[in-house]
Design a protein around this ligand. Structure first.
Ligand code: C2E
Ligand code: CA
Ligand code: CA
Ligand code: CA
Length: 279
C-alpha cells in the first residue's frame, strides 16, 4: 500500500509538472505569436435551415506554433485571457474577420454577416469600443454586419462598464449574440436585461435532440422563448439531418454545424457563396 501510495504521489506531481510546464511553454510562445504571424482565422458558415443558404459566418481563431504545433483555442484562449494577450489578439481577430466579410459582401451582398467572439477580458480594455468603431470604419461595412458573441462569463462580473459597453455597442448598430445559451446559471435574466439580437443554443442541447425527449422539449421551449423576446435563433453543432429537420419543424431559422460546413478559410467561404449564387 505504501509503495502504491508513493507511486500515486509521484504520478500526480509529474503530471502536474507536465501540466504546468506546458502552460508555461504555451504562455511563453503566445507572447511572440502575433509577431510571428502564427494566427489565422477560419470561418464556419451560418445557414438558413429552410433554404440551406449561407447568411453569414462565425470567425474562429487558429494557432499554429512553430515549436508546439497546432493548439486548440479551448487551450490557448484562457491563457491569452489571463495574460491580457487576448487584447491584441482580439484586435487581430476583429480586423481579419472584417476584412473577410468585406470581400464576401463585395460579391455576394451586404446582408452577409460576420460573428466574432469576445472574451470577458476584452471588456476591461478601455479602448475596446473605439477600436471596434474604427475597425468598422476602415472596413467600410455597416455596423449591423458585425455580430459580437458573448457568453455569460462576460455578464457575470456585474461591472457597470460592461453594461455601458454593451449599450454603446448596440447603439452603434452592432449586433449582440448570447453564445452557448443554456450552459450558464442565469442566461435567462441576462437576456431580459441586455439588448441581445441573437440567441445561440449550445451544442450540448442540439446533440441529444434525436434521442432525448427532455432535450427536445427544452430546445422547443428555448426557441419559443427566444421568439417571444424577438431574438433570432442559431442552433450550434448541427451534425445530422434529423437535427436539421427538427429545427425546421420548430421554426429555428439558423444553424451552424458539421452537417453544413466545417470551419474553413475565407477563400473556401467565397467559393461556397459563388456556388450558391449560380445554383
Ligand atoms: P464557440 O464560440 O462555442 O465555437 C463553436 C465551436 O464548436 C468551434 O470550436 C467549432 O469549430 C465547433 N463546432 C462547430 N460545429 C460543430 C459541430 O457540428 N460539432 C462539433 N462537435 N463541434 C462543432 P473551436 O473553433 O475549437 O472553438 C472553441 C472555442 O474557442 C469557441 O467556442 C470559443 O469559445 C473560443 N474561440 C474560438 N475563436 C475565438 C476568438 O477569436 N476569440 C475568442 N475570445 N474565443 C474564441
Ligand atoms: Ca461563438
Ligand atoms: Ca458557442
Ligand atoms: Ca463553447
Amino acid at each position: 500500500a505504501k509503495k502504491s501510495g508513493r507511486n500515486t504521489y509521484t504520478f500526480f506531481t509529474e503530471s502536474m509538472n507536465r501540466g504546468v510546464s506546458r502552460e508555461l511553454a504555451l504562455e511563453e510562445q503566445l507572447h511572440g505569436a502575433l509577431k510571428r504571424n502564427e494566427f489565422r482565422l477560419v470561418f464556419q458558415p451560418q445557414i438558413d435551415v429552410v433554404s440551406g443558404t449561407i447568411v453569414g459566418a462565425e470567425a474562429l481563431l487558429r494557432w499554429h506554433n512553430h515549436l508546439l504545433g497546432d493548439i486548440s483555442p479551448e487551450e490557448f484562449i484562457p491563457i491569452a485571457e489571463h495574460t491580457g494577450l487576448i487584447i491584441p489578439i482580439g484586435e487581430f481577430v476583429l480586423t481579419s474577420a472584417l476584412q473577410a466579410v468585406t470581400q464576401w459582401q463585395a460579391h455576394y451582398g451586404s446582408e452577409l454577416r460576420i460573428a466574432v467572439n469576445l472574451s470577458p477580458r476584452q471588456f476591461r480594455d478601455p479602448n475596446l469600443i473605439d477600436f471596434i468603431k474604427s475597425a468598422l470604419n476602415r472596413s467600410g461595412v455597416s455596423a449591423s454586419t458585425l455580430e459580437l458573441e458573448i457568453t455569460e462569463g462576460v455578464l457575470m462580473s456585474g461591472h457597470s462598464f460592461i453594461d455601458e459597453a454593451l449599450q454603446d455597442l448596440s447603439e452603434l448598430g452592432i449586433r449582440l449574440a448570447m453564445d452557448d445559451f443554456g450552459t450558464g446559471y442565469s442566461s435567462l435574466s441576462y437576456l431580459r436585461r441586455y439588448s441581445f439580437d441573437t440567441l445561440k443554443i449550445d451544442r450540448s442541447f442540439i446533440k441529444d435532440i434525436s434521442v432525448s425527449t427532455a432535450n427536445r422539449e427544452l430546445v422547443t421551449a428555448i426557441i419559443a422563448m427566444g421568439h417571444a423576446l424577438g431574438l433570432e435563433i442559431v442552433a450550434e453543432g448541427v451534425e445530422c439531418t434529423k437535427q436539421q429537420t427538427f429545427l425546421c419543424e420548430h421554426q429555428c431559422q439558423y444553424a451552424q454545424g458539421y452537417l453544413f460546413n466545417r470551419p474553413m478559410n475565407a477563400d473556401d467561404v467565397t467559393e461556397a457563396l459563388s456556388q450558391q449564387s449560380t445554383s
